[in-house]
Write a protein that binds this ligand. Structure first.
Ligand SMILES: C[S@@+](CC[C@H](N)C(=O)[O-])C[C@H]1O[C@@H](n2cnc3c(N)ncnc32)[C@H](O)[C@@H]1O
Length: 300
């Protein structure tokens, strides 16, 4: 299944890519946003496309390179399998200079749910892996089977805001003593045993928050986001724009607070006073866009 880019019109509006510029996509995935941005930039410019997921990046690279092969164009696309938190180092190493725009569309994609076999979704029975970076050592099953009850409860509380975190952690410890919890459906069953039957009055699946927490922890998602935001000065030129799309309140809070601090120290202009969210029409066509929040700044 193709990944439908969220808030595409809004990304183009706030990033405002033009021919001749240097733009970075820190989370290129299947290239939904990238394709639209490249169309606005052709026939000249520079592009850095980054993703931690090597498999996805390789597929996207060959597709986009063939789509955008324009004879005599002066366009350069650099593909980098890396963490967006390392963008300042990548720019230095590749002597690319500072950029005019940066897009980061956080989290995981439908392509990863459909094809990765890495247990991102509680609706498919797959190994409890959850890494974006397949070279990384720590996987979700390590956390579930090796961490202490307190560590597990803290992770589920902090990154999932799950109020039954203690009960879930306790049940995990009980059940893993009988047999290791190595796949998603095993964990779903354990969570269901731990929470009340009336969990959230059926509004969300009982495993939603625990899965989110494990994914954020395994990939250090909040740490990476903070590192990126702290280094925006090293990434963007004057007048350079950063557009960040987040999918839950933990991420959005970090983005909001960093942008506010940067505005107070007169480093940036806020292009979005309030987060931009999807229209009803977009939510109907792409339910994933329901929780998307876009914030943008311009370096001054
Ligand atoms: C929501 S998808 C991006 C979708 C993309 N904008 C599109 O339109 O196709 C998020 C992507 O970010 C990648 N990712 C997650 N954390 C990352 C990190 N720290 N550095 C680089 N890529 C990361 C994931 O592998 C995934 O491919």
């Amino acid at each position: 299944m193709a990944h439908t880019p969220v808030l595409l019109k809004e990304v183009l509006e706030y990033l405002d890519p033009k021919p001749g510029q240097f733009i970075i996509d820190g989370t290129v995935n299947r290239g939904g946003h990238t394709t639209a941005i490249l169309k606005k930039m052709m026939p000249s410019g520079k592009y850095l496309a980054v993703d931690l997921d090597e498999n996805i990046l390789e597929n996207t690279k060959s597709e986009i390179n063939s789509k955008f092969q324009i004879p005599n164009s002066t366009f350069e696309i650099v593909w980098q399998n890396d963490n967006y938190a390392n963008i300042p180092e990548i720019l230095k190493r590749k002597e690319m200079g500072k950029a005019d725009g940066l897009l980061v569309d956080l989290g995981f994609s439908s392509a990863q749910i459909e094809n990765s076999n890495r247990g991102f979704s509680f609706q498919k029975n797959e190994p409890l892996d959850m890494r974006y970076d397949i070279v990384q050592k720590l996987m979700a099953h390590d956390v579930v089977n090796k961490y202490s009850e307190k560590e597990l409860a803290d992770i589920i509380w902090k990154f999932g805001e799950e109020r039954f975190s203690r009960r879930i952690a306790k049940k995990i410890i009980e059940e893993r003593a009988k047999e290791p919890i190595v796949n998603t459906f095993q964990l779903v069953e354990v969570i269901k045993m731990a929470v009340p039957r009336s969990y959230e009055k059926g509004r969300i699946h009982p495993a939603t928050r625990t899965f989110q927490a494990l994914r954020i922890f395994v990939n250090d998602e909040l740490g990476n986001l903070e590192k990126l935001l702290k280094n925006l000065d090293f990434i963007l030129n004057r007048d350079g724009r950063a557009v960040i799309i987040s999918f839950h309140s933990l991420e959005d809070r970090i983005v909001k607070n960093y942008f506010k601090e940067m505005k107070q120290s007169k480093k940036v202009e806020l292009l979005t006073k309030k987060p931009i969210t999807a229209t009803e029409e977009e939510i109907r066509l792409n339910p994933r866009s329901r929780s998307a929040k876009l914030r943008a700044i311009k370096i001054i």
